[in-house]
Design a protein around this ligand. Structure first.
Ligand code: ATP
Ligand code: F6P
Ligand code: MG
Length: 442
């Protein structure tokens, strides 16, 4: 990895001259294992061997700016106008983040106005501009008890020029974008347009993905809730498979390119015998193929449970020819139904006619309210985002990295995908828990 310290510096709009409402509270704080001073930096790497392999002095090691309140801020709080938008697929915790941002801006910074854009970036376009809603403490009260987002969301292309026109028209100084990789790409185009017009507007991202596929963050908010929801479906097919002769339970879980939900859900209740994820290719046929292994399992135990991530085994499916959704994301073939058919055919052929219970909980795992852990995470991310925006950080994303809330340049969050490492300890745990072979290839 060729990451250098200078790649990790976030952009600021300029010097901070306004008094922060947190100045007094911060005056006596010292750096400790629980608090990182705003001038201190958090290391990217956490092993001695990687640190040594960097071969640079300690102050040149790759590190990240600590998030949190500043003694001075860039924007004059009383004159500041803010916008919030949620884009892409739903994720548990979106309402917690919205509420956290509005509370922090209202109760501590006392900003002038907070606007919520309706239905993703579409809400910033000329056509939908008038649907903007004003957000205050009353509007966000209790919204965290519900899944989804009070602002709505969307996919699809929007013009950065039109969106920046809207920011200018409403006099917005800070835009908070809560979204996934596509949303962050969109946010960077908005920043470019802001820059090309020489405007003084900050754009702060809060990364959202139930798939946990964004890099430079410990785990994305909502992921824990989503995999916890998934476990109930695995438990159901396990019970069903146990009660039937040659019982087969299959659960397909979200995860386009990354199998984190499948791995964590399977580990959580330990009922899965096979976990199939996009990062680990497999073959179906042959003496080492998945079908034969499933057959062996059914012969030995009378039942089997398979958890498959939606992006797994795509190379085995006949693709419909590069179809994409409104945002340009490739539409995947249905590996769950395909597997269900293949397993049914195979077990029938070898004289083990199965009873197959197939569940695709799909939206049921992401449309729920955040659990207590994710709610805490969301509100802390929201606070960090507000402090970053008020301090004039821009093209910046707030993340938690190795327990710390930090700032990273927006470009890094879209630089690659976070995926399950087939050589890593998570996949090893899955292999240990399921007992499935490390490879299905000869
Ligand atoms: N390559 C891109 N360039 C500019 N804007 C983009 C790009 N991709 C997506 N967007 C914008 O971001 C919005 C959300 O993108 P997308 O639908 O891909 O979801 P996402 O943010 O990646 O979230 P998720 O994939 O987790 O659902 C789109 O409506 C579009 O306006
Ligand atoms: O059907 P939609 O809303 O486009 O979203 C489906 C996709 O969204 C995700 O949940 C990511 O947000 C993926 O796991 C899934 O493939
Ligand atoms: Mg995406």
């Amino acid at each position: 990895m060729t990451l250098e310290l200078d790649d990790l510096r976030v952009r600021t709009l300029g010097e901070c001259h306004h008094d922060s409402p947190f100045a007094e509270m911060l005056a006596t704080k010292r750096t400790s294992p629980h608090y990182v001073h705003e001038d201190d930096r958090v290391l990217v790497d956490d092993t001695v061997s990687v640190l040594l392999s960097r071969g640079v002095p300690i102050d040149r090691l790759p590190s990240l700016e600590a998030a949190g309140p500043r003694r001075k801020v860039y924007f004059d709080p009383a004159a500041t106008r803010v916008g919030i938008v949620t884009c892409g697929g739903l994720c548990p915790g979106l309402n917690d983040v919205i509420r956290g941002i509005v509370q922090e801006l209202t109760e501590h910074y006392h900003v002038a106005r907070i606007y919520g854009f309706r239905n993703g970036y579409a809400g910033l376009t000329r056509q939908h501009r008038e649907r903007v809603v004003e957000l205050d403490l009353h509007a966000v009260r209790d919204i965290n008890n519900d899944g989804g987002t009070i602002l709505g969301s969307s996919r699809g292309d929007q013009s950065p020029e039109e969106m920046v026109d809207t920011l200018v028209e409403l006099g917005i100084h800070v835009l908070f974008v809560i979204g996934g990789d596509g949303s962050m790409r969109g946010a960077m185009k908005i920043t470019q347009e802001i820059d090309s017009r020489g405007l003084d507007v900050a754009v702060i991202g809060i990364p959202k993905t139930i798939d946990n596929d964004l890099p430079y963050t410990d785990q994305s908010f909502g992921f824990q809730t989503a995999f916890a929801q998934s476990t109930e479906f695995i438990a159901s097919v396990f019970v069903e498979s146990q009660a039937a002769e040659n019982g087969v339970g299959i659960v397909k879980l979200m995860g386009r390119h990354s199998g984190f939900i499948a791995c964590y859900a399977a580990l959580s209740n330990n009922d899965a015998d096979f976990v199939l994820i996009p990062e680990v290719p497999f073959v179906l046929e042959g003496p080492h193929g998945v079908l034969r292994r499933i057959e062996d399992h059914v012969r030995r135990h009378g039942q089997v449970v398979i958890v498959v991530a939606e992006g797994a085994g795509q190379e085995l499916l006949e693709q419909e020819g590069g179809t994409t959704d409104a945002s340009g994301n490739t539409k995947l073939g249905d590996i769950g139904l395909f597997l269900k058919q293949k397993v049914t055919d195979h077990l029938t052929e070898v004289g083990l006619p199965p009873t197959v219970r197939y569940l695709d909980p799909s939206y049921a795992i992401r449309s729920v309210a955040a659990n207590a852990y994710d709610s805490v995470y969301c509100v802390r991310l929201a606070h960090a985002a507000v402090h970053a925006g008020m301090a004039g950080r821009t093209e910046t994303v707030v993340v938690r990295w190795r327990r710390r809330f930090v700032h990273i340049p927006m470009g890094l969050i879209t630089s690659h995908r976070n995926q399950v490492d087939p050589d890593g300890d998570l996949w090893m745990s899955v292999l240990e828990a399921t007992g499935q072979p490390a490879s299905f290839e000869p």
